[in-house]
Design a protein around this ligand. Structure first.
Ligand code: BTX
Length: 325
């Protein structure tokens, strides 16, 4: 019901809708309408209320509210349901809390994360209204060993979307970062739950620094935003819509036809590390290697300085340029 009320307000945004009309339309009491309004306000919607005229949704002000996204979303599964917050600890954490009873394809977006997370317990700064902080909940019938491919699919979709929407030269730093001019603009955190042979659910968390204008001192050398690199603000809605449609296409290609070729071609074409000398960090250990190949499973084949080769499978390692980030 709350969603229906919001839809009505969104369709008539900028105008007042009377409580009486809403009551008639949805066959509920005025108190129920009032409660839904309060709950929407708590979620961050700006709703003006006057006793005489009723309720008015103030222009969404560039916010990523579901109604604004849904109208232009071209996907079938991904984004079939959109959950939106003004602020939340972490969209990945929230997705985990609701995963069991929430359908495949749901996306969770927040204007701000108070406890945004990166890999291996690192934090991810997510200031209000500046970036895209979003999780995609997936329930594919695949074994956990295939889960890492979702990171590759998301990285390919995000990199290609950033290129197409902003014309910036974005590259993928295997396995989960997108960089522009050598600094991170996007990070991906894939988490899953399941049995040995079958995933229960997968959460693909995507953080994109869209319009941040500054970063805390400690991140200045590693982080940047699309707006900083482009010199103008980026429309977050356009970027999300493009990213989701690319993600769905690559995801379905893989899940339905077993094909990862399009993803691989993007992550190879736009790799920031392929053919390069890199520093590989595993826990406290650091060593140098050349990246020789991204194989057909999306794994990274590296050759160390002593000639030893290794296939890096997942995100337990960090990779840096030989000098600096
Ligand atoms: P990561 O472990 O590869 O990167 C985390 C590191 O990146 C941090 O230690 C810090 O150095 C740096 N960092 C922190 N915040 C930022 C930022 N905003 N931009 C650039 N660098 C930063 C990357 O992990 C995975 C990040 C996923 C974030 C999404 S947002 C939606 C979802 N919810 C959630 O809690 N996480 C994901």
């Amino acid at each position: 019901m709350k969603e229906k009320v919001l839809k009505e307000l969104y369709e008539k945004r900028g105008e007042y809708v009377s409580g009486e009309d809403l009551k008639e339309k949805f066959k509920v009491s005025r108190t129920a309408i009032w409660k839904h309004m309060n709950s929407l306000k708590k979620e961050g919607y700006m709703i003006e209320t006057t006793q005489k005229k009723g309720y008015k949704l103030i222009e969404s002000d560039g916010k990523l509210i579901p109604e604004a996204l849904k109208n232009d979303l071209s996907t079938k599964e991904i984004g079939s349901r959109i959950i939106y917050f003004d602020t939340i600890d972490s969209t990945n954490n929230y997705s985990k809390r609701i995963a069991k009873d929430t359908p495949h394809g749901t996306i969770i977006i927040s204007e701000e994360q108070s406890g945004g997370r990166g890999r291996l317990g690192r934090n991810w700064i997510s200031p209000k209204g500046e970036g895209i902080w979003m999780s995609i909940l997936l329930k594919p019938e695949i074994p956990p060993t295939e889960g890492m491919k979702m990171t590759q699919i998301a990285a390919a979709a995000a990199c290609q979307a950033i290129r197409d929407v902003t014309a910036l030269e974005a590259y993928i730093k295997w396995p989960n970062d997108i960089v522009v001019h050598g600094k991170k603009v996007c990070g991906i955190l894939t988490e899953m739950a399941g049995e040995l042979n079958q995933i229960d659910y997968l959460i693909v968390g995507i953080g994109i620094n869209a319009n941040n204008l500054s970063f805390p001192k400690e991140f200045k050398d590693v982080a940047t935003s699309l707006a900083i690199e482009k010199g103008e603000k980026v429309d977050r809605k356009t970027l999300i819509l493009d990213l989701l449609s690319k993600f769905e296409a690559l995801y379905c290609h893989y899940i339905m036809e077993g094909k990862l070729d399009e993803t691989l071609s993007i992550i190879r074409n736009y790799s920031a590390v392929l053919g390069k000398s890199v520093r590989i960090i595993k826990g406290n250990q650091e060593c140098y290697a050349i990246v020789e190949e991204i194989n057909d499973e999306g794994c990274l084949k590296v050759r160390y300085e002593d000639g030893e080769e290794e296939l890096l499978i997942s995100g337990e390692v960090s990779i840096r340029g030989k000098e600096g980030y």
